[in-house]
Design a protein. Structure first.
Length: 327
């Protein structure tokens, strides 16, 4: 029996998918979760559950002891629902604690789940690649800044003593997004709330392709390197039109011009003080950019197959939410 593999953030959307994929490959999985975590994403999975917190070094030492690989997936993914200080502390301090625990326990490899957000924004007409670095003020996008700083921290601390491989998923969709992180797009479309779009764009990747990319990074990734786990590049108009087709709604019909984004973002942040919102002003500000990705490096070095379509990811997410009565 091989040594177990630890997954932090195992009860989340990406973390639970990584657990399932590892189990399918016959690997024993140790799932780290907080005492208050909703464990429904792990229901039926034969994992070894360990209670702990990435901000509690003692609990990490116990959880990581005896493992050969660690997948550090835990994050404040719903960053717009948290304070910037919480987002940065969780990403940077949590990653520092993980690396220290890995070094103390003799872990062979750490797969660090970062994000496309850590790559910043490209020039007009340019695709994001692994060579890009975060190029926005921290306060403009605390999550992207936090992820970038976590990468820097991990590589600096690990040095040559620990093989750190970084994976950077884009916008992840599919079945199982219990907390409606990216899945909020599907839920809002089903409720008829995606009529407004901006001139930017994004990359949509299927959850199963992200999970497969994590394992490929563990098996074939080069230490010290990062790999974008992406799927299909779509403008926001294309994405919202596709969402409307899948949910049976009306296509987007109102474009928010670039000049109106800043005042709209300011108004959104004011409204968030009173009402819960599915996004914040910084997200709206970023929506003017076309955050398209070049995934050639991950395909070539990790041997990833052709990604599933954005349509398939949306269809499966919609079916999952409908089966649970969310929409």
């Amino acid at each position: 029996m091989p040594d177990p593999v630890l997954v932090t953030g195992a009860t989340g959307f990406v973390g639970s998918a990584v657990c399932r994929h590892l189990l399918q490959q016959g690997l024993p999985v140790r799932a780290l979760h907080r005492p208050t975590s909703d464990l429904s994403a792990l229901e039926g999975l034969p994992v070894e559950r360990r209670v702990g917190d990435i901000l509690d070094p003692a609990s990490l030492a116990r959880a990581i002891s005896g493992t050969r690989w660690v997948f550090h997936v835990a994050a404040q993914a719903a960053y717009w629902r948290q304070s910037p200080e919480q987002v940065i502390r969780s990403a940077v301090d949590g990653t520092r604690n993980i690396v220290h625990a890995c070094l103390q326990s003799g872990v062979q490899r750490l797969i660090l789940t970062s994000s496309q957000a850590a790559l910043g924004v490209p020039e007009r007409g340019e695709l994001l690649t692994e060579a890009h670095t975060f190029n926005l003020p921290a306060k403009r996008f605390p999550y992207g800044y936090a992820k970038c700083q976590a990468e820097i921290e991990a590589l600096a601390l690990a040095g040559s003593r620990l093989g750190v491989v970084i994976v950077s998923p884009s916008i992840v969709l599919g079945a199982g997004d219990l907390h409606q992180i990216s899945g909020a797009l599907v839920v809002q479309a089903a409720r008829g709330r995606t009529f407004l779009y901006t001139g930017g764009g994004t990359n949509i990747v299927h959850i199963d392709d992200v999970a497969a990319g994590h394992l490929a990074a563990a098996e074939r990734g080069r230490p010290g390197e990062r790999y974008i786990l992406g799927g299909e590049n779509l403008t926001h108009q294309q994405l919202f039109t596709l969402l409307a087709e899948v949910v049976g709604g009306r296509p987007p019909w109102l474009r928010l011009p670039d000049w109106a984004i800043e005042p709209a973002a300011t108004s959104l942040d004011l409204a968030r003080r009173i009402l819960p919102m599915p996004l914040d002003g910084n997200q709206l500000r970023l929506s003017r950019y076309r955050l398209f990705c070049d995934t050639a490096k991950a395909r070539d070095e990790l041997g990833l197959v052709r990604p599933r379509s954005a349509r398939q990811a949306i269809v499966e997410a919609l079916a999952w939410y409908r089966a649970r009565g969310v929409i």
